[in-house]
Every structure is written in structure tokens, then in C-alpha cells.
Design a protein around this ligand. Structure first.
Ligand code: ASP
Length: 330
């Protein structure tokens, strides 16, 4: 297994081997996390390392998941919260990062509402020869690599828990329904899903899915054999789908009103039991969270384990993030 990324900022440069390395590593950590005794769930792998969570934008799942992943690997963790920090006194983001560097940080996990901040910090740390790995935990509407990797793990683990691998998705139809244009989750998922021969069908109102979006990744090449389709209604995307990924309306990233109302959106694009009848039998639904119940997905469906993989995504998230921290710093 070779993994040569000093930082994980985007999935654009991930190869099928990289995906499979992450999936296999996450599978072994998932075994560790399911050990019967609490004590056995903790490994000494990153003892003495410092993992710093720099979250300039709110987060529940991602921040806690990275923190737990680091702690399960016995790393020391630091958590930066912008509200109570020196940012409010005028410190720049780069100076904040350098402060944590001076404290001996080995890996920085960074979230920011502006696209490109983790990249800028990684470039500055490289310029300083700091030997610190940067993990993008969501930058603006650009990318959210760890979310897409945990989505990939959730799907592949479901298909073969003994040996989750990218190729298991070949021949599958995956619908991504929701606020595509503002979604860093969708962008990262496009890279991972089209790395194998599956069909990805995007569906949203035209204001949330411009035609040009299909060119975001160029598919059907030897390196990127997946096929990408764009629909402005939910039905053609859902028809015979094996998996449905639904996304939150990212109101905080909408500069103007792009929808008549959440109610109207639910009526046309909300994932409901009725709509799922269009899909293949056994269809499963994913959502990166946080969920707006009754908007992008009906409340009862979200809680129905027959369809919903939402809890599995959260559990997989810890194993996948342990894998990423291990591969970067272990
Ligand atoms: N948690 C995901 C993100 O940080 C999705 C969302 O916020 O809707 O991008």
C-alpha cells in the first residue's frame, strides 16, 4: 500500500489505488472500533503526535469525528474555536496556523467558509518546510474530501464488508439530488464516484444545477470511466437508482433567493417513500448532515433503517478519518 499525499485538499488527484488504500485502511479501523471492549478500541498509532482542528466555520459531525478519530489513535488534540480566539483581535488565519505549528502540530484539519483556505495554509506550511499535513475538512463550496471518502466507504462496505473497494460500484446508478451548485460534498463525490464505471445522475432545480456543472469533472476517459448526467427534475435521476445521495439546501451560501420555498422544493425534489418507488428494490439513501427534516428528505424516511444509511455514514466517518490521519502521519 502506498499513499503519497502530504496533504488531502481535494480528491481531484486521487487515483483508484488511493481510494482502495483508504477503503482497506478504514475497514481495518472499523474492525477495531467494533471490538467488544471499550479499551480495545484505542490504538497507540499516533502517540505523541498533535492533531489540531482549525474549524473557522461551524460543524458538528466533522469536527467531533476528526477529534474522536485522532483520540482513538492516541494523538493529542487541540481544538480551535473562532469565537473565543485571537481572530477577533485581528490575527490573520496564517498567523493562527503558525501559532499551532509552533506548538508542535503534526496534522491540521481545516474548515473555512471560503474556498481555498486549507490550500493557502498548506502552501505556507510547505514554504516553511514545516512537514505538517493539512486535511481539508470542507472549504466553502469547493471540496469536502473526508465526507466523500466516508460516503464511498459506506457504500462499498455495504456491498462487501470483507473487502470494500472502489470497483464494487461499477455498474451502479447513483443519484445526487439537492443543492448541487453550493455543495462541496457533491464536488468531492463527483471525483470519487466517477473514478469507477458507475453512472452519477445529478438532479436539482436549474438555479442549483447550472448546465456547466457537468463539466466540473471530465468523465469517460480511461482514468475517469464514470458517466455523469444532469437532470432538472428528480424522477429521471431516481429511476432505477441503486443509491440516492440527498443534500441540504445551503442557504448560508445562497447570495439571492434561488427557490420559491422549501415547501415547493420538497414537493419537487424531496426524497420520500413514494419517490423511492422509482428506484431499484433495496435502494439506500445517504445524507451528509445536517438534515433539514421534511425539506430534502421526509422525516420518517430519514429514521427508517430499511432505507437510510445516515447513521452508518456517521460511524464510518470515524474509521475513515482514522485511516486518513494514519496514512498522513502514522
Ligand atoms: N456537513 C456538510 C458540509 O459541511 C454538508 C452540509 O453542511 O450540508 O458541507
Amino acid at each position: 500500500m502506498s499513499f503519497t499525499h502530504p496533504h488531502i485538499l481535494s480528491l481531484a488527484d486521487f487515483t483508484p489505488e488511493d481510494y482502495n488504500t483508504v477503503l482497506q485502511t478504514a475497514a481495518s479501523f472499523s474492525d477495531v472500533l467494533s471490538r467488544p471492549t471499550k479499551k480495545a478500541k484505542k490504538l497507540p498509532t499516533l502517540q505523541g503526535r498533535v492533531v489540531t482542528n482549525l474549524f473557522f466555520e461551524p460543524s458538528t459531525r466533522t469536527r467531533s469525528s476528526f477529534e474522536l478519530a485522532a483520540k482513538r489513535l492516541s494523538a493529542d488534540t487541540l481544538n480551535f474555536a473562532p469565537g473565543s480566539s485571537s481572530l477577533s483581535k485581528g490575527e490573520t488565519i496564517l498567523d493562527t496556523a503558525k501559532t499551532y505549528l509552533a506548538m508542535g502540530t503534526d496534522i491540521m484539519v481545516i474548515r473555512h467558509k471560503e474556498s481555498g483556505v486549507p490550500q493557502a495554509i498548506a502552501a505556507e506550511l510547505d514554504r516553511l518546510n514545516a512537514n505538517v499535513g493539512v486535511l481539508n475538512a470542507g472549504d466553502g463550496q469547493h471540496e469536502h474530501p473526508s465526507q466523500a471518502l466516508l460516503d464511498l466507504f459506506t457504500l462499498c462496505f455495504l456491498l462487501d464488508p470483507q473487502s470494500p473497494r472502489l470497483e464494487l460500484l461499477a455498474g451502479k446508478k447513483i443519484a445526487i439530488v439537492g443543492d448541487i451548485v453550493h455543495s462541496r460534498v457533491a464536488r468531492s463525490n463527483l471525483w470519487s464516484l466517477t473514478a469507477t464505471q458507475c453512472e452519477v445522475h445529478l438532479a436539482a432545480p436549474p438555479t442549483l444545477l447550472p448546465q456547466y456543472f457537468a463539466q466540473y469533472v471530465s468523465t469517460e476517459s480511461q482514468e475517469r470511466p464514470g458517466k455523469l448526467f444532469v437532470h432538472w427534475s428528480a424522477e429521471p435521476a431516481l429511476q432505477d437508482a441503486d443509491f440516492v445521495m440527498t443534500l441540504r439546501l445551503q442557504k448560508e451560501r445562497m447570495a439571492q433567493h434561488l427557490l420559491p420555498s422549501a415547501r415547493e422544493y420538497h414537493h419537487r425534489f424531496g426524497i420520500t417513500r413514494d419517490r423511492l418507488k422509482l428506484c431499484k428494490p433495496g435502494v439506500k439513501v445517504l445524507h451528509p448532515g445536517p438534515v433539514n427534516r421534511g425539506v430534502e428528505i421526509s422525516s420518517d424516511l430519514m429514521d427508517d433503517p430499511e432505507f437510510s444509511l445516515i447513521s452508518q455514514q456517521v460511524s464510518s466517518g470515524v474509521a475513515v478519518r482514522m485511516a486518513l490521519l494514519y496514512l498522513m502521519g502514522g
